[in-house]
Design a protein around this ligand. Structure first.
Ligand SMILES: Cc1ncc(COP(=O)(O)O)c(C=O)c1O
Length: 481
């Protein structure tokens, strides 16, 4: 915790701050609830995140040793800035990339900024819980064989719901084709420290791995790491792109939080053993469920999900399928009756995120509440849930071209058959349902309606997508080139 120690020491020193930030650490006149005393800028002795050679470089080197990467970067603008930088470092404008359709919107934003042509991989679908499964090595192989222009493979593993893909096999395939693999491991910073959890993509041969520390480990919001493995991604190119996408005023409070989190990870047994035991006890309690189900927990197991390569047990995906409750209704019930706030809910499931910081009391309250709700629900015939993106939409223009064009707002019910100039995404999980340049099919409009009926929050680039969408008139060929 060298950085935090030095920040604390400095806060007690008589040094007077004729520098940013403007609050000047005036604890006597500022809101005492905020940690002003540790919030400094790049003054002497505190190094520079974008050109590290001192205390920050040492911290990042320690992180690289901990995660077994070639080089690790601290990120203070979340995984988002790491993903933007990674895609831009690994591609040239106009390249083609192979990406999972379930990627986070930051990947789509990078594709748009770089003028890339996306080739999509649809993940398999797990019908029993209504969640996306893994991307298979065979699908990656087939896509790479079919399109020699592909310059980068981009996958999310684990997904928001905890589903992992076979990164070791996919990395080997990508490398055989001379293509690097970027893994969005925003939900997997806790992986690789305990053999009872899946391995991290860093150890499995991925070339760039981006992790949000704040999502699954004890660290402040916005803290993340970028790891480089292998030799395919030039570290100076990546650092240059980070300088484009990451603030030039990185918060020392956030960087101190990263170091303090990594310090905890040096004793993984102490963190992960009690956590595993809590998860096991929870899983045991879930065996009593009659109607609700928890993914890979209780009577359910990974073996029942052929669409999954592996599953991260930290995610508790509670299925309401066949109970008459929807995921959002369960989430509301847990909030209002049991004061339990879940991470997200959509369709037929609600998602509880856990971490090494969860307590016995937290797990007991959740298991008690689920058993009580379960006892009040009856078994009902389950409606068939459909994937958030049921079928790949037709791509008429690349996203960069379509998003740059002016387009015109069109009432959503009239958009069938037109081309979209905007994105529509569900948040959470932040996965786009529609991307600029794609055909707005009748099926998409129905799907949007269905998701809204289920209480899923949909967002568009230009206000409520339920009311209007920005569309393009592709008959103006000259204009669109
Ligand atoms: C799969 C995935 N990737 C990337 C991100 C972006 O991470 P951050 O919020 O740390 O920028 C998220 C955030 O929800 C995510 O779920």
């Amino acid at each position: 915790m060298k950085l935090l120690n030095r920040l604390e020491e400095y806060s007690k020193s008589p040094a007077y701050p004729f520098h940013m930030p403007g609050h000047k650490r005036r604890m006597d006149s500022l809101d005492p609830r905020l940690p002003w005393q540790l919030d400094i800028t790049e003054i002497d002795g505190f190094d520079n995140l974008h050109s590290p050679s001192g205390i920050l470089k040492d911290g990042m080197d320690r992180a690289a040793r901990l995660y077994h990467s070639r080089r690790t970067f601290f990120l203070v603008n979340g995984s988002t800035c790491g993903i933007l930088a990674a895609v831009c470092a690994a591609t040239a404008p106009g390249d083609t990339v192979l990406m999972a359709r379930g990627c986070h919107k930051s990947v789509y934003h990078a594709v748009e900024l770089r003028g890339l042509t996306p080739v999509y991989l649809m993940p398999s679908w797990d019908d029993s819980f209504g969640v996306f499964g893994s991307i298979t090595p065979a699908a990656v192989e087939q896509a790479l064989c079919g399109n020699p222009k592909i310059r980068l493979v981009i996958l999310t593993s684990p997904t928001y719901e905890g589903v992992l893909s076979d990164i070791a096999a996919i990395a080997q395939i990508a490398h055989r084709h001379g293509v690097p693999l970027l893994v969005d491991e925003a939900h997997g910073a806790h992986l690789g420290f305990d053999s009872r959890f899946p391995q991290s993509a860093v150890a499995l041969g991925a070339d760039i791995v981006i992790q949000s520390l704040h999502k699954t480990l004890p660290s402040l919001t916005q803290t993340a790491l970028a790891h480089l493995g292998g030799e395919m991604i030039d570290e100076r190119r990546f650092a240059r792109q980070l300088a484009v996408f990451e603030t030039s005023s990185p918060s020392y409070l956030l960087m101190g939080s990263i170091e303090s989190c990594l310090e905890l990870l040096k004793s993984p047994q102490e963190l992960f053993s009690p956590y595993w035991e809590r998860l096991e006890r929870f899983s045991g309690a879930m065996k009593q469920l009659q109607n609700l189900r928890v993914l890979c927990c209780g009577e359910d197991s990974p073996a029942r999900h052929p669409a999954f390569f592996a599953f991260d047990p930290s995610k508790l995906v509670i299925s309401t399928k066949g109970t008459g409750l929807t995921g959002p209704a369960l989430s509301q019930l847990l909030r209002e009756r049991y004061r339990l706030e879940l991470e997200m809910a959509m369709g037929d499931y609600a998602l509880a995120m856990t971490s090494v910081c969860d307590t016995d009391e937290g797990f007991t309250r959740l298991s008690g509440a689920l058993l009580a709700v379960d006892a009040q629900t009856g078994a009902k015939a389950a409606a068939k849930a459909s994937p958030i993106v049921p079928r790949l939409p037709r791509q008429r223009l690349i996203p960069a071209k379509a998003a740059l064009l002016p387009g015109s707002p069109t009432p959503t019910p009239d958009c069938g058959g037109l081309t979209s100039a905007q994105s529509v995404w569900a948040y959470p999980p932040g996965i786009p349902l529609l991307v600029p340049g794609e055909e707005i099919s009748q099926e998409f409009l129905l799907q949007m309606q269905e998701l809204e009926n289920q209480g899923v929050a949909l967002y568009g680039d230009y206000g409520s997508p339920a009311e209007s969408l920005r569309t393009l008139d592709l008959t103006q060929q000259d204009f669109y080139g």
